[in-house]
Design a protein around this ligand. Structure first.
Ligand SMILES: Nc1ncnc2c1ncn2[C@@H]1O[C@H](COP(=O)(O)OP(=O)(O)OP(=O)(O)O)[C@@H](O)[C@H]1O
Ligand SMILES: [Mg+2]
Length: 295
């Protein structure tokens, strides 16, 4: 064997070893720990999404998680009002590239962070796909800094919401027992499954007068979903209509903070324990998936 051949053989052996065993640099490099991401949506407006989202964010932060709430009711945001926070920046500033997403966060109770959706900005209410793509790209680095990201959506099924539904592993559908809310909730559930067949969906019936009213409404939803789609969401539970919720809004404090023993706070606490929240991670970072869904 010539010298050149033996050097070649040695180089090949080293190459194989290098591929078989990770380098020191690879061993010390932490795998990317993307946050769990859950979306909260409903189809119809005013069903209680923001009440559930803000209380859940607060409760999970109280448990010790690093929580980010993104108010994606862009242009008509109100999570900051429910949390008693006055954000300096919002999604609009991030979308326009005026500030990095990490610097646009406001402090909420118990160390949770809020990325506000901004109020009355036209560009946020009707963003182009290109603007949304830029925004999603800017939001991507946030996932590394949090254990849980909760995204509170506005009513309807605009393409920003649909892109989120396509990207998320976990959706919390918040509806109420009225037939209009059930019908819009069903439409959103159907759409979510069309764009994301692997999505895990949990349903919350908010503002119910009684357990009987809640279970009748759930039966109607479940029956229609099973009949027409062949599957149904998971029933997480129901939240009673509680005058304490209005008082907590007036006080600008989540009801789980203001009055933890109230019926609504107690029920929302149960909703926050929904097990799939703990494994709501996706293989690829959430906002890369959302960007792909825009195309
Ligand atoms: N469990 C409850 N008991 C009593 N009132 C409630 C309850 N949940 C929500 N509400 C009332 O419903 C209103 C709407 O709630 P919320 O803002 O959470 O709805 P939303 O689904 O986020 O609305 P939007 O679609 O406009 O974002 C609240 O301002 C509050 O007055
Ligand atoms: Mg809302």
């Amino acid at each position: 064997m010539s010298v050149i051949q033996s050097i070649r053989g040695e180089l090949e052996r080293l190459r194989l070893i290098r591929h078989k065993y990770p380098s020191e640099q690879e061993l010390t490099k932490e795998p990317r720990k993307a946050a769990r991401v859950i979306c909260i949506a409903s189809g119809k407006g005013g069903t209680g999404k923001s009440i559930v989202a803000t209380n859940m964010a607060y409760m999970k932060a109280r448990e010790g998680m690093r929580v980010l709430l993104v108010d994606f009711d862009a242009g008509m945001a109100n999570a900051h009002l429910l949390l008693g926070v006055a954000p300096k920046y919002d999604l609009g500033h991030v979308m326009q590239g005026e500030i990095p997403a990490k610097e646009a966060l406001a402090d909420g109770p118990c160390g949770m962070k809020l990325l506000s959706g901004g109020v009355g900005r036209h560009a946020l209410v009707n963003p182009t796909r290109r603007q949304l793509d830029r925004l999603f790209r800017a939001l991507n680095p946030l996932e590394d800094d949090f254990d849980l990201v909760i995204i509170d959506h506005g009513a309807g099924m605009g393409y920003a919401t649909v892109a989120h539904l396509a990207a998320t592993s976990t959706l919390l559908l918040v509806t109420n027992p009225e037939v209009t809310a059930l019908s819009d909730g069903y439409a959103l559930y159907k759409r979510a499954n069309m764009v994301n067949p692997d999505i895990r969906v949990g349903l919350v019936l908010n503002r119910c007068a009684s357990e009987v009213e809640a279970s009748n409404a759930w039966e109607r939803f479940r029956g229609a979903s099973q009949r027409f789609l062949g599957h149904a969401p998971q029933y997480i539970g129901w939240v009673p209509a509680d005058p304490g919720v209005s008082r907590s809004i007036a006080r600008r404090e989540p009801i789980t903070l203001m009055d933890p023993s109230s019926p609504a706070a107690h029920a929302i606490e149960g909703v926050a324990q929904w097990a799939p929240i703990d494994y709501a991670r996706t293989q690829r970072p959430f906002y890369s998936r959302a960007r792909s869904a825009l195309r």
